[in-house]
Design a protein around this ligand. Sequence first.
Ligand SMILES: [Zn+2]
Length: 70
Amino acid sequence: MDVRQRRASQIGVSEQPCGVCGSANVVAMTSRAVRRGASWVNPRFDPAPRTHDLCRDCGAKHRTENGVRV
Ligand SMILES: [Zn+2]
């Protein structure tokens, strides 16, 4: 069984407003997969952290790369 978990933590405040509701109450988040179980021996496991902007008003997520939305 390959259970993947991701841990997210806030890394800052987004400079861009929410694309869904227009709120400026948006935070930049980073999340990374937590290796556990079979993922330790999985050569295709990708531990690279991912980032996204999270709107704290409506909950919308906007994926970001290097701080820029994609
Ligand atoms: Zn929003």
